[in-house]
Design a protein around this ligand. Structure first.
Ligand code: NAD
Length: 500
């Protein structure tokens, strides 16, 4: 059994805590690897090395920092398949889906290569007679990222390319369920010329996270994961004086208006609900057809497509959808379908009956695509995040009822409306209280040069991720006011200085 290591001092480092846990292949249900779980002392060692590397890295010209990231980007393009395979082997998602994740992460690296541009400050000439003023952006120091299992490459890349481009040193604490992708990225950064100590990986669980949250030399924490942990990270991190952005869970609705193109809406729902087995924070888990007639027609289109889903391992490139990440998570998702049934919803397509009969994969954590109709807002399957291939249908009679339903949910990550009516589309995107909105786009994940983040219980903290929001999060501004000798006044001033 091999052990997945940490990464610091420019190479993989075996764990010394004596603690580890198994990492499973979700498609087979077997485990051939363990992951090291860092102790507080190991975290201290990594933070100390990062702190030592920071002065030189922060003073490296932004253009040169960007060139390192540019070389990293080229390596990522060339080895995207290798990274995708590492992701699929521990996460379970299909190869093409993993490649898509790598590409979306790579786009943030592309954005980060424009560091000389976004690190530019501001200058005002003659703010007073003979006085100029300028603002610069400076890095924070050592920052950390704590990431979830569902995007082991993309979510870290929402964070570290921007953090590094801004001149910070970055410590990644990946999910212990699929930790291998982090090591490949660390090695490729070193190969691209990133100096030792500037990017490190500590594998681990709560002990490592708590060590980062309490460490006085960590200046900022970026977190993506479930809402209870996001809240904990935000509270603990800010109580320890750190800047924190903590993105949490989601329950994303898609409103289907009577004038929508129903074939387009059904096709979009298939990918958005069942892609990556529903383990996406931007997955659509609730369809909200407006009127019963739309609901009936939509369900009629969805059922045969759900029944035709090809569910299998990533090694079968024809698979549409893979297994769930762990046995425990599979049982949780099945439990939600049981709960929906018990609460009176109608199970139209039942993924619990799916059996994987491909040889070697009989013990994988597979659940079939599931469609549940007549879901109501008092049911746990509407209130809670299921994070599996389960699409609920909540029928509404009109647009206002649909909007009220969405507004009554605690989460507000993503949302979509399918309509051909420009007024409805415009009103919806203006008034809906959700962070990311799609109009005839089911998964409106913003591009790297915009910023990603939800509202309400889907985020704690003020800054979204990547784009200029990422730059603002990973930098602090400094403003210098300069009086040139020729403009100097000679007398002392004891009143509040004014310049004009
Ligand atoms: P999780 O909250 O269980 O874990 C996230 C990270 O927190 C991991 O690195 C884990 O090791 C750490 N962690 C877990 N329990 C902890 C504890 N008690 N104390 C300290 N650290 C702890 O989330 P997950 O199951 O890996 O990921 C799925 C969740 O992430 C879903 O809720 C999903 O919606 C959310 N997610 C949100 C976004 C977003 O952008 N809003 C994106 C991706 C995933």
């Amino acid at each position: 059994m091999s052990e997945i290591a940490h990464y610091y001092a420019g190479s993989r480092q075996a764990g010394t805590s004596g603690r580890s846990q198994p990492v499973f292949n979700p498609a087979t249900g077997s485990s051939e690897k363990t992951v090291a779980l860092a102790s507080t002392q190991e975290v201290d060692t990594v933070v100390a090395a990062a702190l030592e590397a920071w002065p030189a890295w922060s003073k490296t010209p932004a253009l040169r920092r960007a060139r390192v990231l540019d070389r990293f980007k080229t390596i990522l393009w060339e080895r995207a398949d290798q990274l995708a395979e590492a992701i699929s082997a521990e996460h379970g998602k299909t190869h093409d889906d993993a490649l898509g994740e790598v590409t979306r992460g790579l786009e943030v690296v592309e954005f980060a290569t424009s560091a000389p541009s976004f690190m530019k400050g501001e200058f005002s000439e003659n703010v007073g007679t003979g006085v100029d003023s300028h603002m610069i952006r400076q890095s924070l120091g050592v920052v950390a990222g704590i990431t979830p299992f569902n995007f082991p490459a993309m979510v870290p890349m929402w964070m570290f390319p921007v953090a590094l481009a801004c001149g910070n040193c970055f410590i990644l604490k990946p999910s212990e369920r699929d930790p291998s992708a982090s090591l490949l990225m660390a090695e490729w950064l070193t190969e691209a010329g990133l100096p030792e100590g500037v990017f490190s990986v500590v594998q681990g669980d709560k002990e490592a996270v708590d060590a980062l949250l309490h460490h006085p030399d960590i200046k900022a924490i970026s977190f993506v994961g479930s809402t209870p942990i996001a809240q904990y990270i935000h509270q603990t991190g800010t109580a320890n004086g750190k800047r924190v952005q903590a993105l949490g869970g989601a329950k994303n609705h898609m409103v289907i208006m009577p004038d929508a193109d129903l074939d387009m809406a059904a096709g979009a729902l298939m990918g958005a609900a069942f892609g990556s087995a529903g383990e996406r924070c931007m997955a659509i888990s609730v369809a909200v057809p407006v009127t019963d007639a739309v609901a009936d027609a939509l369900i009629e289109k969805l059922v045969p497509q759900i029944e035709a889903l090809k569910i299998g391992p990533a090694s079968d490139r024809a698979s549409d959808m893979g297994p769930l990440v762990t046995e425990q998570h599979m049982n949780k998702v099945r439990g939600y379908i049981d709960a929906g049934e018990a609460e009176g919803a109608k199970i139209v397509v039942d993924g619990r009956t799916f059996k994987q009969d491909m040889q070697g994969y009989e013990n994988g954590y597979f659940v079939g695509g599931t469609l549940i109709d007549d879901v109501t807002p008092d049911m746990s399957i509407w209130k809670e995040e299921i994070f599996g291939p389960v699409l609920s249908v909540v029928r509404r009679n009109n647009y206002k009822e649909a909007v009220d339903l969405i507004h009554s949910h605690e989460y507000a990550n993503g949302v979509a409306v399918f309509t051909r009516d420009g007024d409805v589309a415009r009103n919806f995107s203006n008034e809906i209280e959700v962070g990311m909105v799609g109009v005839n786009v089911p998964i409106p994940v913003p591009m790297a040069f915009h910023s990603f983040g939800g509202w309400k219980a889907s985020i704690f903290g003020d800054h979204h991720m990547h784009g200029m929001e990422g730059v603002r999060f990973y930098t602090r501004i400094k403003t210098t006011t300069t009086r040139w000798p020729s403009g100097m006044r000679t007398q002392s001033e004891f009143v509040m200085p004014t310049l004009g």
